[in-house]
Design a protein around this ligand. Structure first.
Ligand SMILES: *[C@@H]1O[C@H](CO)[C@@H](O)[C@H](O)[C@H]1NC(C)=O
Ligand SMILES: *[C@@H]1O[C@H](CO)[C@@H](O)[C@H](O)[C@H]1NC(C)=O
Ligand SMILES: *[C@@H]1O[C@H](CO)[C@@H](O)[C@H](O)[C@H]1NC(C)=O
Ligand SMILES: *[C@@H]1O[C@H](CO)[C@@H](O)[C@H](O)[C@H]1NC(C)=O
Ligand SMILES: *[C@@H]1O[C@H](CO)[C@@H](O)[C@H](O)[C@H]1NC(C)=O
Ligand SMILES: *[C@@H]1O[C@H](CO)[C@@H](O)[C@H](O)[C@H]1NC(C)=O
Length: 480
């Protein structure tokens, strides 16, 4: 999969020069890989380049992904997952090994342009109950020391992508912002360390979540095209929650003596499905609005914002614990087709789709016309399928929210069938299902055909064919 970078040779210089001229406009993207059928890394790298995305943020340091980025001219933030923090906090050796294997190796032999190491991912999120409070800062220190030891201290900066819930304000005015009291001192220690090492503060800001959590949140304040009730903060006017949130961070930093530290917006975006506020229209309005806003900055930090869209491509294997929208953040669908028209720069048109994507045959698994809705096997079959595939496009206000009962059942069956690579045995819900060659999609509701995947065949999350009937028996037994 590393062949791609090697062939680009002559184009790289031209692209780098182009990016330097346009640096004020450039946007990054988050590339997550929690999908049952991820696109091949070389396809994703071409997708990034075709769309002029010149920096990418990863959640780990997968060698296949980094190999594909080799020689691409794309700047990279590699990530350390939270579950590695305990090890890295307690062992300088482990941190040095991590840097050797996952940073140094790719820079020297592979010419991957790594710029940042993200230590943990939102480790202080309130819902983690403090699990990573004692290991995050020591990990940051150990990784920083390892980078210096590897001679990379000037070239690569450490950071910790934090959720915006690490700070708060006592009113809607950003100037009242400060860090959360339970982690205030820890935050100041971390920021002092980042500042000393010339490293940035990274924050993830989610106006969608404001709307999701609070039905009374003023909808237009989530977007960038003006607000009927702007916030006045000592003469500074806020017409959107992004600016207000970012400047709340600015004030928290300023109050604690670090008003000058550089800020990266590690994640920003809007999902397109899985909730009544998650749709194509809102996502396009938000992301295009953010692109227009990118060079303007906020009242307290005017000028270009350094930001990474969340996210590049939908991930159908992400946990839905945050909500059903969690699998639908991509500006691209699972197969690398654009979801909507989005211009990522002043001299660019809409998004360019991924090339050379290989689909499975045009076949779908649906509820058999002769099956009865009253069949007692229906409920356990649907929940079996939805537990193991993806039914997050069903439900109130979603893209498939208007299906009738038969449509719902078909959707669930098809999702399971496609997730399992259209295996014959994955469309054998007892007396209930049948394979069809006519597309059951209706209106906004797409019955997808899965793509052939790099992961196909290596087991992982996919079920063995024989498993279906056996496990259904088990599900039935547990229901009784
Ligand atoms: C390098 O990163 C990968 C992927 O994140 C991880 O699985 C592996 O343990 C890391 N290597 C070391 C030596 O820590
Ligand atoms: C955090 O605590 C809550 C309430 O005690 C619990 O329900 C939840 O499972 C905990 N979460 C984690 C990640 O430990
Ligand atoms: C903040 O940055 C500005 C511009 O780079 C510089 O002039 C100023 O001295 C800095 N202030 C502090 C407190 O570092
Ligand atoms: C998509 O956006 C581009 C750039 O803004 C514009 O030129 C084009 O007409 C748009 N296409 C559609 C179908 O709206
Ligand atoms: C279809 O499924 C959704 C989500 O499970 C449910 O909310 C809806 O009521 C179902 N519709 C019918 C007609 O059964
Ligand atoms: C399928 O239907 C046939 C005839 O209606 C019935 O005899 C059989 O038991 C059913 N099979 C299952 C697995 O429900």
């Amino acid at each position: 999969m590393g062949f791609l970078g090697k062939n680009y040779g002559s184009g790289v210089t031209a692209i780098i020069m182009f990016l330097m001229v346009n640096s004020a406009n450039s946007i990054g993207a988050n590339w997550g890989t929690q999908a049952t059928h991820p696109l091949p890394p070389s396809t994703v790298v071409k997708l990034l380049r075709d769309n002029g995305i010149d920096k990418v943020k990863l959640f780990d340091a997968d060698a296949r992904v980094l190999n594909a980025l080799s020689g691409s001219g794309i700047q990279v933030m590699v990530g350390i997952p939270n579950d590695m923090l305990a090890t890295l906090a307690n062992s300088v050796d482990a941190a040095e090994r991590w840097v050797d294997r996952n940073v140094s190796a790719h820079i020297s032999s592979n010419s991957v342009d790594i710029r940042y190491v993200a230590v943990g991912n939102e480790p202080f999120l309130s819902t983690y109950n403090g699990t990573f409070l004692s290991t995050t800062f020591p990990s940051l220190q150990n990784i920083q020391a390892a980078l210096i030891k590897a001679g990379l201290g000037n070239r690569i900066k450490v950071t910790i992508p934090l959720n915006a819930d690490v700070y708060q304000s006592s009113s809607s005015q950003p100037s009242t912002g400060d860090f959360r009291p339970d982690i205030h001192d820890l935050m100041v220690q971390i920021i002092s360390f980042l500042s000393l090492n010339g490293a940035p503060f990274t924050v993830n800001i989610y106006p969608f979540i404001s709307l999701y959590n609070d039905p009374n949140f003023p909808v237009d304040y989530a977007f960038f095209d003006g607000s009927s009730s702007p916030i006045n903060d000592n003469g500074r006017t806020y017409t959107n929650v992004f600016d207000a949130n970012y400047d709340t961070l600015f004030w928290a930093l300023q109050k604690n003596g670090y008003g000058n530290i550089s800020i990266i917006v590690g994640e920003i975006g809007w999902p397109t499905d899985g909730d009544r506020n998650a749709n194509i229209g809102y996502a396009q309005r938000f992301n295009q609005g953010f692109m227009s806003h990118l060079n303007r900055g906020t009242p307290m930090r005017p000028g270009p914002v350094d930001a990474y869209l969340f996210s590049l491509i939908d991930e159908d294997a992400k946990s839905v614990q945050p909500g059903n929208f969690e699998r639908h953040w991509g500006i691209f669908n699972y197969d690398g087709t654009p979801k909507y028209n989005l211009s990522l720069g002043s001299n660019r048109g809409g998004l360019v789709r991924a090339s050379n994507v290989h689909y499975l045959p045009r076949r779908w698994c649906i509820m058999s016309p002769s099956a009865s809705l009253q069949d007692p096997q229906v409920a356990p079959s649907v929940s079996y399928a939805c537990d193991r595939a993806d039914c997050t496009s069903l439900g109130y206000g979603t893209s498939c929210g208007n299906l009738d009962a038969q449509g719902n059942i078909s959707y669930a069956f098809n999702s399971y069938y496609q997730t399992n690579n259209q295996l014959e045995s994955a469309c054998r819900f007892p007396n209930l299902s049948v394979v069809t060659t006519s597309d059951p999609s209706v209106g906004t509701c797409r019955f997808n055909i899965m793509i052939q995947s790099a992961n196909q065949g290596d087991g992982g999350i996919l079920l063995e064919p024989i498993g279906l009937l056996m496990q259904m028996v088990v599900s039935l037994l547990t229901l009784l």
